[in-house]
Design a protein around this ligand. Sequence first.
Ligand SMILES: Cc1cc2nc3c(=O)[nH]c(=O)nc-3n(C[C@H](O)[C@H](O)[C@H](O)COP(=O)(O)OP(=O)(O)OC[C@H]3O[C@@H](n4cnc5c(N)ncnc54)[C@H](O)[C@@H]3O)c2cc1C
Length: 262
Amino acid sequence: MFSFKNYIAVTSLEEAYDELLKNKKNIILGGTSYLRMGNVAYNTAIDLSNLELDYIKEGETCIHIGAMASFRDLEINEITQQLFDGVLDRCVRGILGVQFRSNVRVGATVFSKYGFSDLIPTLLAMDSTVVLYKGGEISLEEYLKEESLRRDILVEIKIKKEGRGSFQSIRKSKTDYAITNTCVTKIDDKIRVAIGVRPGKAVLSYRAMEILNNNERTEEIIDRACEAMSEEISFGSNMRGTAEYRRAVSKNLVKRAIQEVL
Ligand SMILES: Cc1cc2nc3c(=O)[nH]c(=O)nc-3n(C[C@H](O)[C@H](O)[C@H](O)COP(=O)(O)OP(=O)(O)OC[C@H]3O[C@@H](n4cnc5c(N)ncnc54)[C@H](O)[C@@H]3O)c2cc1C
């Protein structure tokens, strides 16, 4: 269980950011499910609950998801249920129980770039952008490529409105972390292929996308794209699966996902 000396429920993002910079041991609180797994003593815990960042709303060109929206919100909100064939709902609905999903937050998850995440590869395939308080707007693709975590606050995620999507994953048991997962989307007839739980953080398969976006999408081309993905992406081994197993399964998951979005 983590602990902290001081607690502050801020009334603005500016106040939260100023507080964050005051001490290396100051932290932003999301739903605290992940923080509670650690045993760290923090200085000040900064609570964003009063900032009304738990929204999911439709703008002119994008859907805006506030940092404090929960996984449960992604499941039950009418906007996200319709977006990309409901892929946000489908990628989170298998994670533990409703109580857990009502607590964990989108902003905490994306900011932390968890390698085991089901949500991050999905947002990556959806070509999302992240809005950081200090860092401004940056594509999730670029954000994930940064090796270290910024000292910043994730404010919202922006997703383009139109597209198709398919999320696929494999788990040893229903409530376990995924062994590997994938999300494939089609936006303006362009396919994006994201691979998660390699078990490292999610990445795009540029070679698979190149093949799929420059050829007629026959079965042979789809197979070629899946093969190219498996050669391009680096998979690793851990207690849930070997690199070889992940690579073999991923090819099938990606193929299924491509077929679903075509
Ligand atoms: C037991 C368990 C099982 C899980 N299983 C899965 C699974 O199968 N699939 C899956 O995808 N995920 C899984 N998760 C991860 C979960 O879905 C969340 O991604 C995770 O708990 C983080 O969300 P949180 O709200 O609990 O964050 P917190 O624990 O509150 O915070 C996590 C980190 O993010 C920082 N932070 C919080 N909000 C912000 C912000 N707005 N800006 C910047 N930094 C911020 C915090 O300071 C902290 O460092 C699991 C987590 C647990 C604890």
